[in-house]
Design a protein around this ligand. Structure first.
Ligand SMILES: *Cc1c(COP(=O)(O)O)cnc(C)c1O
Length: 382
């Protein structure tokens, strides 16, 4: 089955009980047993048919054995890290999503799980950071907001040699463009709040395990800790995923046009986009993913200029999040990455005048005109 077909017919594509073409929202917390212990579903934290349809769908899309749906991307990441124990050490991509940094640095540190943040775009750095107690490498590619790219096959090779698990946050590329399990990953996770939902109306997280054994362990954590996704939100995600392919294809075209405009604009300094041939991760990304996605970051002269640009745009919505039908704009240093200490932010290259956009499905000419007028007026005011 090809990807676009799988988005619609993967998982449980119609209700086995009624034939309904859209999986019903099974708004039920418990299920009648035909005698003690004789049941298909028991209690909805353990399993719910609507959530299960979504979980099978994401497992199919990522080419894994089992899928799991959580109440947010952070709940998905938390459950995944709960596979490990006190004394274990993890290697994590250095410019990882701010919330991932925070949960590792401030929460899991309380439970004795040690984390080193390393530049995973350089496999040698990763190899050298491995300690006897290292258990896994947690990779985000491309990253947020500098779109740094990690070579998944190279990292998986190093992990295999050292008996480590590879966990990939695939939020930015989506399963439409990139399937980390094909490149050797053991666990793939998503903030489904972003492209998978796609309409800025649901907060959710998904995890896929490569094999049954890891799947069993993850199900044990999911059922024990209970951060499951509700039936209605599961249904919203299934609905969003049906159009993922067509959205990602269109976003790819729109982004290419916006990036061309930005690279030619005199008020723009650097443009970070893996689709640019001079982007350091261009070749690696092209090798492991089918598209470059809709996330672009660029610098303007100062934070004042960035703030002025944000005030003047009409079609780009000033908001956190990404991956929706609406184009969004943000200043990472003040918003998504505010929880990262300032020295560390500068170390990572997240400048004060860095602007991040998530290109949506508006007409790209309107998006370009919008950026153009916002940058023009901001110059007059200086
Ligand atoms: C948003 C995001 C998360 C966290 O997901 P939530 O659904 O907001 O909890 C994790 N990783 C990446 C890359 C994200 O963009």
């Amino acid at each position: 089955m090809r990807k676009k077909t799988q988005l619609i017919h993967g998982g449980v594509s119609r209700d086995p009980y009624t034939g309904a073409v859209s999986i019903p929202i099974y708004q039920a917390s418990t299920f009648k047993q035909d005698g003690v212990g004789n049941f298909k579903y028991e209690y909805a934290r353990t399993g719910n048919p609507t959530r299960e349809a979504l979980e099978q769908l994401i497992a199919d899309l990522e080419g894994g054995a089992r899928g799991f749906a959580f109440a947010s991307g952070m709940a998905a990441i938390t459950a995944t890290v709960q596979l490990f124990r006190s004394g274990d050490h993890l290697l994590v991509t250095d410019d990882v999503y701010g919330g991932t940094f925070r949960v590792m640095d401030k929460i899991f540190s309380r439970f004795g799980i040690e984390v080193s943040f390393v530049d995973t775009s350089d496999p040698e750095t990763v190899r050298q950071a491995i300690r006897p107690e290292t258990r896994a490498i947690f990779v985000e590619t491309p990253t947020n907001p500098l779109l740094k790219v990690t070579d998944l096959a190279a990292i998986s090779g190093i992990a295999k040699e050292n008996g480590l698990k590879v966990i990939v946050d695939n939020t930015f590329s989506t399963p439409y463009w990139q399937n980390p399990i094909e490149h050797g990953a053991d666990i793939v996770l998503h903030s489904a709040t972003k492209y998978l939902g796609g309409h800025s109306d649901v907060v959710a997280g998904l995890v896929v395990a490569k094999d049954e054994q890891l799947g069993e362990e993850l199900h044990f954590v999911q059922n024990s800790t209970g951060g499951v996704l509700a039936p209605h939100d599961s249904w919203l995600l299934i609905r969003g995923i049906k159009t993922l392919g067509i959205r990602m294809e269109e976003i790819e075209q729109n982004t290419a046009q916006v990036v061309r405009f930005l690279t030619e604009h005199e008020a723009v300094g650097k443009v970070y986009y893996p689709g640019l041939t001079d982007h350091p991760g261009h070749d690696v990304h092209q090798k492991q993913a089918g598209g470059f996605g809709g996330m672009v970051s660029f610098t303007v002269e100062s934070q004042e200029k960035a703030l002025s640009l944000l005030e003047k745009v009409r079609y780009f919505t000033l908001a956190e999040s990404l991956g929706a039908v609406e184009s969004l704009i943000s200043i990472p240093a003040l918003m998504t990455h505010a929880s990262i200490p300032v020295e560390r932010r500068h170390e990572l290259g997240i400048e004060d005048g860095l602007v991040r956009i998530s290109v949506g499905l508006e007409d790209p000419l309107d998006l370009i005109e919008d950026l153009e007028q916002a940058m023009a007026t901001s110059e007059i005011h200086v």
